[in-house]
Design a protein around this ligand. Structure first.
Ligand code: DAH
Length: 338
């Protein structure tokens, strides 16, 4: 009987080693260890044996069963390992395949100008300040000396979220926040997004401005003129002159609009400057004493200047971008050129 059992073990070993799949292994398992297997038949014969032989026989059958079980497990592990290796090599890189091209990113023209202008103003001793895009009427209008009946406050121009809550229409709001929080001397710029209900080739509902505010004793119009002159030359080149044109802003007195000489024709007159020889860059002026008074800054002691420039406008002029909307369409063919 023992030799018969060993024979079964031998044939199980042979068959199991040959099995190539988990499915085959399962079949072999039921063939060698299942209810109708030879081993099970042996077990059934156990009852016919003399009592004293039964324990030794039972033990021998169990040992063979355990050995077959172990062989099955080993083979199962081997097949699993082979499958894993196979799937790993299927996933690995095929060096003969053509590569997948990665588009290289570049800085957006607005980001470039933004960073450049920050560098220029920092080099002149300005600090960077920030304010929220969502504002109230006080910071966006009232404190900037803009009366309730001013046309800029119309629903048709300004995006209101609720009564008294709006998307700021200008970065001048940051002037108010800074003067509220800090005593002079103040010397800040504040670049950021602004929102107005308008859209055409030179206006976008979301656009960017940089605000500047300098407040101290003895600050005058010549200081304003000087800082803008230096900025324009650093941003656009030594040859580029700037000029002030008298204008009106509610929060500055006197006020001016800032022009630079046309970058394309250098003042002769062309299609870019519409024949005038000049391009508009933003607004500026001396802080209106009313604004100081509203914020509790002594307007007898302190004077200040402020200006606001369009960042998108600077980018358009610098890179000769004819339509502002191009800046925000995010067409990769356009952005690739910068
Ligand atoms: N906030 C003005 C605008 O959006 C621009 C401006 C003009 C800002 C004069 C200033 C300033 O600080 O003094 O049109």
């Amino acid at each position: 009987m023992i030799t018969q059992l060993n024979k079964i073990l031998e044939s199980a070993k042979n068959e199991i080693q040959k099995a190539g799949s988990i499915h085959e292994l399962q079949q072999l398992k039921s063939r060698f260890l299942g209810k109708k297997s030879e081993i099970m038949n042996f077990m059934k014969k156990l009852g016919n044996l003399p009592r004293e032989e039964r324990p030794a026989f039972g033990k021998a059958v169990n040992e063979i069963k355990m050995k077959i079980s172990q062989i099955l497990d080993d083979r199962d592990q081997k097949i699993q390992d082979q499958l894993y290796e196979k799937s790993k090599s299927a996933e690995s890189i095929d060096f003969t395949m053509p590569g997948r091209k990665r588009e290289k990113g570049s800085l957006h023209p607005i980001t470039k100008v933004w960073q450049e202008l920050e560098d220029i103003f920092i080099s002149m001793g300005f600090e960077i300040a920030e304010g929220p895009d969502i504002e109230d009427e006080f910071h966006n209008f009232d404190a900037l000396n803009t009366p309730p009946d001013h046309p800029a406050r119309n629903l048709s121009d300004t995006f209101y979220i609720e009564d008294d809550v709006l998307l700021r229409t200008q970065t001048s709001t940051v002037q108010i926040r800074i003067m509220y929080q800090h005593k002079p001397p103040i010397k800040i710029i504040s670049p950021g997004s602004c929102y107005r209900n308008e859209s055409d080739a030179s206006h976008s509902p979301m656009f960017h401005q940089v605000e500047a505010l300098v407040v101290d004793e003895g600050i005058n119009f010549a200081d304003l003129r000087d800082v803008l002159n230096v900025f324009v030359k650093k941003m656009f080149g030594e040859k580029i002159e700037s000029r002030f044109r008298p204008h009106f802003f509610p929060f500055t007195e006197p006020s001016a609009e800032i022009d630079i000489i046309c970058l394309k024709c250098l003042g002769k007159g062309c299609n870019l400057c519409k024949g005038s020889g000049w391009l508009e860059l933003g607004g500026a002026g001396m802080v209106d004493p009313n604004v100081f008074d509203m914020l509790g800054i002594d307007s007898e002691k302190y004077t200040g200047y402020a200006f606001g420039l369009g960042i998108d406008r600077i980018a358009m002029l610098k890179y000769r971008i004819p339509d502002m909307r191009l800046l925000f369409e995010n067409d990769i063919r356009f952005l690739k050129q910068f």
